[in-house]
Design a protein around this ligand. Structure first.
Ligand code: PBG
Ligand code: MG
Length: 330
């Protein structure tokens, strides 16, 4: 018998057979756009560490939402960069029915009811210390008092019309408490996207600039609640708990350095599994592209396809609109 008997390159030779054997296809419908909202009218502020990503006032946000709808991007994840004057020790602005987030939600839902809205549930944009929860005298983030605050915040978002509440705080037991409260208030359709395996990552730096929590947090860190980057068995336990408590979808975050965790979570539970290509990942890709060191379109589509291959059902990414345009040949 001649060697080699099996030629793996045969199927790769032509575009038609490469297409036929392709296991995963990235679509605009897999993507979730991420946006930062600010007060005002006609305001657009650059985020220096995230070129191409601007903080938008509600009118600009509506334009961005229109692009999502036009391009077939099914959902938008919203993060507020509130006026520093509304920040406090108890983060009460988070559940003010007329806060920036809720006004944005009502405006978006009135104009684009078909666009899914995902609201971040964590206290960091609203606390004077920049932590995701309420702190005691030693600066420790207290679990149950924080969960109570997150419940109020989730109810307020559901009331404003948010489709998904997405707790990104990593307190224990918050999914169950939020689910109970939503059911009791009659919000039986409000979905919960749990940031279940959220790591204490240094890839969030540009995001903290964008929402304006970096200065408040100072030298602080989130190691007492976000996961140790060295672990993945722990991620499975976190996901198992969140699903048992009533999460509709779970998330792994960050993305590209955690593809192993994503695959384990998808294999273990088969639940809707989302992944977040975070601000630091965006900044790396953008910086290399701006220097002419990487081909932006090629590496972005490759990174997003890798998430699907690793088991992601949906991908939160600051590149969602660009990627959708590229996928559609625009
Ligand atoms: N609750 C905070 C929150 N929600 C989403 C991100 C990071 C997103 C990104 O880096 O793109 C963070 C940052 C943090 O935990 O400090
Ligand atoms: Mg947990």
């Amino acid at each position: 018998m001649s060697f080699p008997a099996i030629r793996m390159r045969r199927m790769r030779r032509d575009a038609f057979s490469r297409a036929l054997m392709r296991e995963h296809t990235l679509l605009p419908g897999d993507l979730i756009m991420v946006a930062f909202v600010i007060e005002g009218e006609g305001r657009r502020e650059r985020v220096p560490s995230m070129p191409g990503v601007d903080r938008l006032s509600i009118d600009g946000l509506l334009e961005l939402a229109g692009e999502c709808v036009r391009l077939g991007v099914p959902a938008l994840a919203l993060f507020p960069a509130p006026d520093p004057a509304v920040k406090s020790e108890d983060a009460a602005e988070a559940w003010n029915p007329d806060n920036l987030m809720h006004r944005a939600t009502r405006a978006l839902k009135a104009k684009y009811p078909q666009l899914g809205l995902i609201g971040d549930v964590a206290l960091d944009p609203y606390t004077t210390h920049g932590q995701d929860g309420l702190i005691d005298a030693d600066g420790y983030v207290m679990n149950e008092p924080t969960v109570q605050a997150l419940v109020k915040m989730s109810l307020a978002q559901a009331e404003a019309g948010m489709d998904f509440v997405a707790p990104s705080d990593m307190m224990d037991g918050r999914i169950g408490s939020i689910r109970d409260a939503l059911e009791a208030a009659g919000h039986i359709h409000t979905r919960i996207l749990a940031y279940s395996a959220k790591y204490a990552s240094s890839f969030y730096g540009p995001f903290r600039d964008a929402v304006g929590s970096a200065a408040n947090l100072g030298k602080g860190n989130k190691h007492t609640y976000q996961m140790d980057v060295a672990n993945s068995d722990e991620a499975l336990r976190e996901v198992e708990l969140d699903l048992a408590e009533g999460a509709d979808a779970v998330m792994v975050k960050p993305g590209m350095p955690y593809l192993d965790v994503l695959r384990r979570v998808k294999d273990a539970f088969g639940a809707p599994t989302f992944v977040y290509q975070v601000s630091g990942e965006y900044a790396m890709l953008k910086a290399a592209a701006q220097n002419g060191w990487l081909d932006e379109k090629a590496v972005v589509l490759e990174s997003l396809t890798a998430f699907k291959r690793a088991g992601a059902d949906a991908i939160l990414t600051y590149y969602a609109l660009d990627a959708a345009r590229w996928l559609r040949g625009e």
